[in-house]
Design a protein around this ligand. Structure first.
Ligand code: 5GP
Ligand code: ZN
Length: 142
């Protein structure tokens, strides 16, 4: 089946083969390759072949395929680098710092000392506020 594409999208160009990549995986629905601006050594991306900008646009089965590819890549990265941890990160929209509006999951090896600014420090929340938001989100679960 044909995927939606955007001729101006960098990841669509990689999927089409008009821009090169360091490919790790390729199947009918997904592609994975090394990130060329790595946040850490071994940073890779699992990418949908079709041009769907966010988790809200992409068909659920394709999102599942992107997650499976991220798992495959993550296992290989773990085996290769043995990092202290790996974050799977997926950004939607400018407030989440998404820079390429074509759905992808980052496979990001982590070390305790890497000081990457994607961590926050958990502290106990206001249970009444959490409960109220739980009710509002639950009502929109569909
Ligand atoms: P986002 O900010 O959308 O979550 O992540 C986009 C990622 O794509 C960034 O980590 C960026 O380094 C990577 N990226 C942008 N352009 C290219 C490219 O041409 N090739 C590769 N391999 N990665 C890219
Ligand atoms: Zn695209």
């Amino acid at each position: 089946m044909a995927h939606p594409t955007d001729p101006n999208c960098i990841f669509c160009k990689i999927v089409a083969g008009t821009i090169p990549c360091f490919r790790l995986h390729d199947d009918a629905q997904t592609i994975a390759f090394m990130d060329i601006n790595p946040a850490n050594e071994g940073h890779a991306l699992s990418v949908a072949k079709g041009h769907w900008p966010t988790v809200h646009d992409i068909p659920a089965d394709v999102l599942g395929a992107v997650a499976q590819t991220a798992q495959r890549v993550s296992k290989a990265v773990h085996k290769t680098l043995n990092p202290e941890g790996i974050n799977l990160i997926q950004a939607n929209g400018p407030g989440a710092a998404q820079s390429v509006p074509h759905l992808h999951i980052h496979v990001l090896p982590r070390w305790k000392t890497d000081n990457l600014a994607i961590n926050w420090h958990p502290s106990p929340g206001d249970m009444a506020k959490i409960k109220a938001l739980h009710e509002r989100i639950l009502a929109n679960m569909g």
